[in-house]
Design a protein around this ligand. Structure first.
Ligand code: GLU
Length: 306
């Protein structure tokens, strides 16, 4: 286990590809409660590095959704789109140290060769991307706060750090930002479980401290697919119902008298419960931790937001 950090700093780091959906609310509320119940800070970071995927309007929508849920973030919002210089600096360092390499392969050509990339030893005439070189036996098993010990699995293809058309990959930007913001705990959706050992490898190589990781269940739509902001899976429930449904998804028992309360009451009640020892994830979700829920389910909504 990594050493405990002082102070506790958590964060919520949505990619603004659309308004938040029920799965994002699990990560937002879970990360907020965890940080605040420990007397820590909770930061908001817009992971808007990929301009192909992000929608400018979503930045405001997400802020309004969080405010409506009474989730107040500390300090200024960090925008990845304003930090390209920093990512370039780190990518250059990784290249100088032979940990990142120019790759001329397409995804298809790599899949056809079972991930064997000639570019690691024979630099291509034209780079299509920069990829992370992960030496054998360098990914380690790790302990997730909610899911227990996790086996590290090697990715089929060397992960991309920067694409030829410009954007730095989430993998790189996320690790650099967590370190620069002094993040001590990363509470997020279990769709990112597989990426975690790769991020931890990068942290080790860059001599960054390793935050504690806790992954909460992914919410699936009725089609069995993960909800997606860009697909328009907007959480349209009113904020009180959103709190109720999110805590119920995490397995919390909800007192009847709280139903319909303003978000601030839900928040304060939930924080109080955490201080009294309530487990964040109070039920087992099996493996992988997925929770199918009917969506959209706005029958109990009195109003839409935002
Ligand atoms: N930006 C990612 C997303 O919206 C979350 C990243 C993280 O929490 O580490 O899914």
């Amino acid at each position: 286990m990594p050493a405990p950090f002082t102070p506790i700093i958590g964060r919520f780091a949505p990619s603004p590809s659309g308004p938040l959906h029920q799965g994002s609310l699990v990560a937002a509320i879970g990360s907020y409660l965890s940080a605040k119940a420990q007397g820590g800070q909770w930061l908001l970071r817009m992971e808007d590095i990929d301009h192909h995927r992000c929608r400018p309007a979503a930045v405001g929508q997400i802020q309004r959704q969080l405010a409506a849920l009474a989730l107040e973030w500390d300090g200024e919002i960090l925008f990845q789109s304003q930090r390209r210089e920093r990512y370039r600096e780190v990518l250059n360092e990784l290249r100088d140290r032979g940990l990142a390499y120019a790759c001329g392969c397409t995804r298809q050509s790599l899949l056809a060769t079972a991930g064997q990339c000639p570019c690691l030893h024979h630099p291509p005439a034209q780079a299509r991307s920069f990829r992370l070189a992960i030496p054998k036996d360098c990914l380690t098993d790790w302990q997730d706060r909610y899911q227990g010990v996790q086996k590290a699995t090697y990715p089929h293809l060397a992960p991309v750090l920067q694409r030829a058309d410009g954007p730095y990959a989430y993998l790189l930007a996320n690790v650099v930002d967590d370190a620069d913001q002094g993040i001590s705990e990363v509470i997020r959706g279990a769709d990112l479980l597989d990426l975690t050992p790769i991020q931890q490898f990068l942290q080790g190589q860059l001599h960054y401290p390793r935050p504690h990781y806790g992954h909460l269940p992914v919410v699936l739509g009725p089609d069995g697919k993960k909800l997606s902001k860009s697909r328009g899976d907007h959480d349209q429930s009113n904020p009180s119902w959103a709190w109720e449904r999110t805590l119920a998804l995490l397995g919390w028992e909800i007192p009847r008298e709280l139903v319909g309360s303003p978000p601030m009451l839900w928040r304060d009640w939930a924080l109080q419960r955490c201080l009294q020892g309530q487990k964040m994830l109070a039920r087992s979700f099996g493996s992988p931790p997925h929770e199918p829920i009917p969506y959209p389910d706005c029958k109990q909504s009195q109003e839409l937001h935002p």
